[in-house]
Design a protein. Structure first.
Length: 505
């Protein structure tokens, strides 16, 4: 009878904030929280996906303008293929398979899924078996043997949905961890690509410095010959020798940089840095056309870090439901079957059956349960703020990459113009010096400036590639890693949904 009374109260049970709701199992709906959040009142926060049958609210999407720049064609999922660099493709493939940081992220995902399955077991009865035997013997009593078998079952009636909410919370956290894994994969691919092209620039810088060293040695030879016949001063020779030594010092720095990048690349692909890698000479690629940035709402659907923050917000909502329902009575059912006999043949002749039910209601806990509700509500508000910040950061990263690349293109053009002018200046001053019109210090200054601009131009081209990589990383193309392929083939089941499918609603 008590069970029926509890059921009849289900639709009118008070929520934590004192109101009455038919959906009290989700006491403070995200729809209301998002609709009233002052923090996000000036930016659209469309909810990525259809996490539940009930619609989730969002602020007006029209309040978020389109991105400032855009290209043609959708951003590719495996974005690095746009560079048409097969060695780069090979290195990213190795990293996605063997990088230990990514492996650790994958194991965190397996851990989260196991926790979800552990919590889900609470929805089903628990069955235990027992077997015992006893032998009594002594001088005062007859020898006696007793054998026993038993089965025991226990089950908590999830009257208020507490266990189901706990399972949902862990399922959502597992989905968030899966999104974290994809975020790690995207970050790893970007890091490998950036390291690969830093390695390319370091090689090109070394070749450039070698060429500059040859030029400086040629100029030094000319000066020494002129000094021998009294046409140049000793200070001119010393200045040029200093420039030669400075160029050699830069070669040392360039070689050191190459070795460090080789070590970094080896570790990224899961190999020890001491192991020699057979790396081809990388070339600086032609930067492909800019991808279409799409709408801000599309970005939120694509970015796994945004999806992760949203899933954790949903999980926090479920945690509130767990904390609220923990304040209400519980019903536990238990059943047991046992048999005893003096020999094995008589074990199954007589069975003892026991059925029991228990209602447990909290009466006094010094405010512990209420404090837990307040804690989970605060956690959910924190998750809401974190989700909002993640959304804003996603928008900022795209805009930063777009602005940086646009300005970098103009900077490269300026450096190219400066290099052409510096070359003309150096050639003219050298001719004037050889004809006794100007001093060698002017020639030396022009030569230094020309060589510095040559090095700056290479670095600027690397920066443009880095900004394009940052744009692809910000647009977050989703791709399947080698570890996910067998996972998909085996099937996750209803308990382990693919969060990308959930994001599509």
């Amino acid at each position: 009878m008590s069970v029926m009374i509890l059921k009849s109260r289900r639709l009118s049970a008070p929520t934590y904030d004192g109101s009455s709701s038919a959906h009290w199992l989700r006491p403070l709906r995200l729809r209301r929280a998002l609709g009233s959040a002052v923090l996000l009142s000036t930016v659209a926060l469309p909810m990525p996906g259809c996490a539940s049958a009930e619609p989730r609210g969002s602020l007006p999407l029209q309040t978020v303008p389109a991105f400032s720049r855009s290209g043609d064609g959708p951003p590719p999922d495996r974005w690095w293929r746009a560079f048409h660099d097969e060695p780069l493709n090979d290195n990213i493939r190795l990293a996605l398979s063997d990088n230990f940081t990514l492996i650790a992220a994958w194991e965190r995902l397996q851990e989260a899924r196991a926790i979800m399955r552990r919590e889900r077991s609470g929805l089903f009865p628990q069955l235990d078996g027992t077997a015992d035997g006893e032998l009594r013997e002594g001088s005062d009593v007859d020898d006696e043997t007793r054998l026993g078998l038993g089965l025991g079952a226990s089950y908590e009636v999830d009257l208020w949905g507490r266990i189901e909410s706990a399972v949902d919370a862990e399922r959502l956290r597992a989905a968030a961890t899966a999104a974290d894994y994809r975020t790690a994969a995207i970050s790893l691919s970007a890091e490998v690509a950036l390291t690969w092209y830093e390695f390319a620039i370091a090689r090109l810088q070394l070749e450039l410095i070698r060429s500059q060293l040859e030029t400086n040695l040629t100029v030094l030879t000319v000066l020494e010959k002129r000094f021998a016949v009294g046409q140049s001063g000793s200070a001119d020779v010393l200045r040029q020798r200093q420039l030669v030594e400075s160029t050699r010092e830069q070669m040392v720095v360039a070689r050191s940089r190459i070795e460090v990048l080789e070590h970094r690349l080896a570790v990224l692909v899961g190999r020890p840095p001491q192991e020699a890698m057979d790396l081809p000479d990388p070339a600086l690629p032609r930067v492909p056309g800019m991808p279409a940035t799409g709408l801000p709402a599309e970005l939120l659907q694509r970015r796994p870090d945004v999806l992760s923050a949203f899933r954790r917000l949903e999980a926090a909502d479920k945690d509130v439901a767990v904390a609220v329902t923990d304040q209400y009575p519980r019903i536990d059912l238990a059943a047991s079957w046992s048999t005893t006999a003096e020999n094995p043949s008589g074990l199954f002749t007589t069975w003892l059956t026991s059925l029991a039910g228990q209602v447990t209601a909290p009466l006094f806990d010094a405010g512990r349960r209420r404090a837990e509700v307040e804690r989970t509500v605060a956690v959910r508000r924190r998750r809401l703020a974190e989700y909002g910040q993640t959304v804003l950061d996603a928008f900022r990263e795209v805009e930063d990459a777009l602005a940086q690349e646009a300005h970098q293109v103009r900077r490269i053009r300026s450096l190219e113009d400066q290099l052409a002018l510096a070359g003309r200046t150096y050639r003219q001053l050298r001719w004037q010096y050889l004809n006794g019109v100007t001093d060698f210090i002017d020639v030396l200054t022009a030569l230094r400036e020309q060589q510095q601009i040559e090095r700056d131009l290479l670095t600027a081209r690397l920066d443009r590639i880095a900004f394009r990589i940052a744009l692809h990383r910000a647009l977050a193309g989703g791709f399947e890693t080698p570890r996910e392929a067998p996972d998909v083939k085996e099937g996750r089941g209803e308990d382990e949904p693919d969060e990308r499918e959930a994001a599509r609603g």
